[in-house]
Design a binder for this molecule. Sequence first.
Ligand code: BDR
Ligand code: CA
Length: 321
Amino acid sequence: MTRKVILDVDTGSDDACAILLAYLRPEIDLVAVCTVKGNQPIENTTENTLRVRDLLKADFPVYRGCSGSLVKTTVYPRIQRTQNADAIDANGEKVHIHTPLLPLPASTRKEEDIPAPIFYVNYLMNAKEPVTLVPVGPLTNLAVALTIEPEIVKNIEEIVIMGGGWNITNATIASEFNIYDDPEAAQKVLHCGAKITMVPLDATHTAYISQEDSDELKRINTPASLFAASQLDLRILVHDQAQPLEVPHTCALHDPLCIAYLIDPDVLQDVKFCNVEVSLGGVTEGQTVVDQRAIQENRNVYFAFRGDHEKFAKIFIDAFR
Ligand code: BDR
Ligand code: CA
């Protein structure tokens, strides 16, 4: 049986790979893709998403979403990001883990006219069957939709969030980027009442993708696999220099791991049902605070502490065959 999915992306190298995986795997019925600012401004994340749609010759609708966070951009002072996601490539050039525009031709088709939060409300209030939401960028669109109409939860089967970190962080000393970028939105979504699975850095860094995996995609030699390999190579370069994983010449491929979980839940390991709260200020702003006591109240999130890299690599590569 296929699972209906709405992706919410700030495309981005790994977001692009998540779109490819969701579209190419037969287990997923990709209903729509919403965009949000995050890795890049909204103009770029939307254009990048449209470029990936063209690459796939796909016709799923794309809805442009929020251009700024709920509170963060208007309240001062807030903690500043200290993430290092740059590297020096073989030509001595400085590169970032997300290029402003993906190395694909300019898009040929536009996004829909309706903004993403309005699409969520319209679609979910009228849905005939529950749908799974997979936000892999800041959670602003969903928080706005939940503010407009909290009843949308009735038609959400599950929300699978790429975000957060327990032992691993990347944006600041305490926070992961997607949660750091809009902590108030994240806190709202975590308490909306839907089933929530969180795929944090602890899972994505252990479910790493290797140089051999990227080379296998090159051997498959399709436009989509070659593009995916180009993004993996960029990510491996940056991870090796700026965010090294346990195994050298590997990278985290955060966002597609959420899609892989929908195909095989065992790709996530050490999943604990816990109370998770988001810190909204001070040095821990954007931190996902995970209660691991035996007796606790308000459990709201299935939080994955590890991922299975072999299972993940197989699911990802098989999509391109
Ligand atoms: C998350 O931040 C973004 O840079 C990635 O696309 C991913 O969604 C990882 O912290
Ligand atoms: Ca992302």
